[in-house]
Design a binder for this molecule. Sequence first.
Ligand code: ADP
Ligand code: MG
Length: 267
Amino acid sequence: MDAATPITPCIACLNHKGGVGKTTCAVNLAAGLTRLGWRILAVDADPQAHLTASLGLSAADDGGLAGVLAGATGILEAVAHVGALAVLPGSAALAAAESRLSAPDAPGNRLRQALAVVPGLDAVIIDCPPHLGPLTRQALAAATGVIVPMTPDFLSMQSLAWLMETLAGLSDHGQAPAVVGIVLNRFTAQKRLHREVRDTVAGHFPGVPFQSVIRENIALAEAPSFGRDIFRYAPRSAGAVDFAALCRETATRLGKTPPTGAEPISR
Ligand code: ADP
Ligand code: MG
């Protein structure tokens, strides 16, 4: 690649804490940015394969990301499509892939190398597992940026402090992607604790949290069981409105402000 070739943004949805909204963010950012006209590849790097199921796909048996990491499948043949969105599915086989990747001589950049051969993408979005193991390391080696979803509670804030320190430590060694933003998920403005967490996080990491927060919204919890992103499942829901705003803000932070009037939700 020559110096003039722009690097495709590759965003890892990352938090070692489970249940904070990594998958919800990865699915709906990928779907929303696709609706804004971006060519997106969503990568499911979690052996639980929740992104895959949330988009209505079956977990790939030995294909998908596990096959790609094993060198058994080419990435182009492993990719599935949901409308205009390209998806590299996950599966339980990723657990075995993860243990192979933990060997000291295992290559740390297999995912990055695989993604480099996919042509014509505007961005890649990776859904990470809830720990900083070898699969997350593959994601971090491929990523140009991370988005950190968190819930508005004390323990989530503690995890965030540790995660941001860990990322800063990696960046001292020139290995860390930039933090594109922190997403406050399951936010309820009426709850004092939620407002306090929002203000504390903004105070500790000025400018890093997104302006858009994702409210607690039942449609976001229901959509995965229908295999649909929020824009297809409930386009008028608070979840769709919040993710539309987050997609616009993400696009802007990645340096490509969508044209006025372009919205992931069709009105
Ligand atoms: P993670 O990938 O970090 O483990 P998920 O995205 O799977 O977290 O979210 C955990 C659970 O919470 C899922 O059942 C999801 O549908 C639900 N959920 C996530 N965000 C919201 C929200 N804003 N409102 C309601 N339910 C949510
Ligand atoms: Mg998940």
